[in-house]
Design a protein around this ligand. Structure first.
Ligand SMILES: Nc1ncnc2c1ncn2[C@@H]1O[C@H](COP(=O)(O)OP(=O)(O)O)[C@@H](O)[C@H]1O
Ligand SMILES: [Mg+2]
Length: 469
């Protein structure tokens, strides 16, 4: 399996060939984090069990190296590797079947909507709802909406099991000289072809993601509580048809440079539907951002805390997956970042940067009468991972929620704040780590870390930090 994004430390490790169950080689890997992933569920597939048994005899453990922050994708990629391994003995059908079965091993039950009160207006026509949120009456042609003539400096910047992420500069009208960097998240939906080892999402499954993205974006206009701390979504479109050729070329360049783990976009039929989310480009993620010093990161933490607190107050929001890949940081010339919290105006020093929270795949929210959440109650694989504090957080969340993922437990936001603080103390890159100021603020972060878990919610924490009681 390719370990995209790993860098830094060098580590020697044994490689276990999953087909022969033999230790093949002793190689040098350049990895940052080794996250062991033990497969222990009762559903454990034979392939894994066999190799685990042999490897245990040899004194090593069958493990999957997950990239922190990319567990779902790494996992999918690994599962696919189990199926398409080229040296797989074709006569050994049982192995192939068990490997295939592994895709169904303890699947997450997926996104659910729960009515909090009795009400009759149950949504059944999800396609119409999606179209409504796209301001469309029918799907638009992919190649026309995203024609190269409308986009400048386009490149692929990332990928997930759900699809591809591109960035481009929007061509503005003549008199408007401002350039605007836009991110496109392209998600195939409703098709029967499996993509990146997953079934495509349906209208029903994509609708909550659209609703949550829009709701969190709308918090910048809230009445009693406001924040600009969530991704700014410009537009959602439902498009259909051939994948634009210029995006395919960019997909291929990315593949050449970084080796994509995703399927080639040419696998899509000519009548494939896609949801395209257009978001404001909001900088680099926290894992690759270079902070000036801990004073800057201390105020980044305050920005995250207030954004979460506003989310809790406005829509019982829990992010539930706030690892450093889902926190974006960009430069700003503003001295302060403004919030409204319980009708009070609050300001946090920017120290030159603005934070944006993204990716609501696991988030929980209440909008009107609906509670939306992702049911992870039987996702044993996620809770079996270890090696980074991130993976402890999933287990701590499960304990906090008593495995009832519909309930509102804002403590989960506190758990992620604790994770973020740990990363700011000991994970992120600082340009000036040898100054007194830096050391002073590292100490402040440590003090904060020692008390954070005593708070019940981000709101509770913000009230204390900003003296709002
Ligand atoms: N608004 C944005 N601005 C800048 N980069 C973004 C933005 N949205 C997403 N990205 C980039 O795309 C990556 C994947 O997006 P994300 O929404 O986190 O999906 P997933 O983690 O499910 O793949 C992010 O880690 C980030 O690097
Ligand atoms: Mg993400």
């Amino acid at each position: 399996m390719k370990l995209d994004g790993f860098g830094g430390n060098t580590e020697k490790t044994w490689i276990l060939n999953r087909n022969t169950d033999r230790v093949e080689d002793f190689v040098e890997l350049h990895i940052k984090k080794r996250v062991c992933f033990e497969v222990e569920s009762k559903n454990t597939i034979d392939t894994i069990r066999n190799s685990k048994k042999k490897s245990d005899e040899l004194g090593i453990r069958s493990s999957l190296v997950l990239q922190p922050g990319k567990w779902r994708k790494s996992l999918n990629s690994w599962r696919r590797t189990q199926v398409v391994e080229p040296t797989l003995n074709r006569s050994d059908n049982s192995r192939l079947l068990t490997a295939r079965a592994s895709r169904q091993v303890s699947p997450s039950k997926g996104r659910k909507s729960v009515f909090l009160n009795d009400c009759n207006n149950i949504i059944t026509d999800y396609e119409s709802q999606v179209l409504k949120h796209c301001d469309q009456r029918k799907p638009l042609r992919f190649e026309v909406v995203y024609a190269p003539s409308k986009m400048m400096n386009t490149k692929k910047i990332g990928e997930g099991a759900y699809g591809e992420v591109f960035k481009y500069t929007m061509k503005r009208k003549k008199r408007d000289t401002r350039n605007c960097d836009v991110v496109l998240k392209v998600i195939p939906i409703e098709g029967s072809t499996e993509v990146n080892g997953e079934l495509q999402k349906t209208f029903e499954q994509i609708l909550p993601e659209i609703l949550i993205s829009k709701k969190m974006c709308s918090l910048r206009l809230g009445k009693n509580n406001t924040t600009h701390g969530y991704a700014n979504i410009y537009k959602v479109s439902l498009v259909k048809g051939k994948y634009p050729e210029h995006l395919i070329k960019l997909w291929e360049s990315y593949d050449e440079e970084k080796e994509s783990e995703n399927d080639h976009p040419r696998i899509f039929a000519d009548d494939q539907l896609f949801i395209v989310l257009e978001l404001k480009f909001s900088g680099e993620d926290m894992s690759s951002f270079k902070f000036v010093n801990a004073e800057q990161s201390y105020y980044v933490l305050q920005q995250i805390m207030l954004a979460l607190a506003v989310g809790e107050e406005e829509c019982q929001f829990e992010h539930r997956d706030l690892h450093w890949g889902n926190i974006l940081i960009e430069p700003t010339i503003k001295k302060e970042i403004s919030y409204k919290f319980h009708t009070k105006d609050l300001k946090v020093y920017s120290k030159g940067v603005k934070v944006t929270i993204i990716d609501y795949t696991l988030s929980r929210i209440t909008i009107d009468e609906f509670c939306n959440f992702n049911d992870l109650s039987s996702d044993e694989e996620l809770f079996a991972a270890s090696g980074d504090y991130q993976y402890d957080i999933y287990r701590l969340m499960r304990d906090e929620l008593k495995n009832n993922w519909a309930s509102f437990a804002p403590k989960t936001n506190v758990l992620w704040l604790s994770y973020v603080t740990a990363k700011l103390i000991d994970g992120v890159y600082y340009k000036s780590a040898n100054t007194k100021l830096h050391k002073l603020y590292i100490q402040k972060l440590r003090t904060f870390q020692s008390t954070i878990l005593s708070f019940e919610s981000a709101t509770h924490c913000a009230k204390q930090v900003f003296d709002l009681n």
